[in-house]
Design a protein. Structure first.
Length: 72
């Protein structure tokens, strides 16, 4: 599941001309009841574009359990 999340996020970012500085990382978020979604970490070549990348990812995946994006 995590590998699929990284592939989908990477594909979306590449289609919108975002270059990655490092491979995307994904992990399960947890709370006292177990998993509460997926957290994704993205490091861009151009960190100035982090806000635009975050907006794109939230628009695409915000309601799909992938809603914690750390973008630099």
């Amino acid at each position: 599941m995590l590998r699929s999340a990284t592939r989908v996020v990477s594909s979306l970012l590449h289609r919108h001309d975002f270059s990655l500085a490092e491979p995307i990382e994904a992990r399960f978020r947890t709370n006292e009841h177990g998993s509460s979604g997926i957290a994704v970490t993205v490091k861009l070549d151009d960190p100035v574009r982090a806000g635009a990348a975050r907006a794109l990812l939230l628009e695409q995946f915000g309601g799909a359990g992938v809603d914690d994006f750390e973008i630099a």
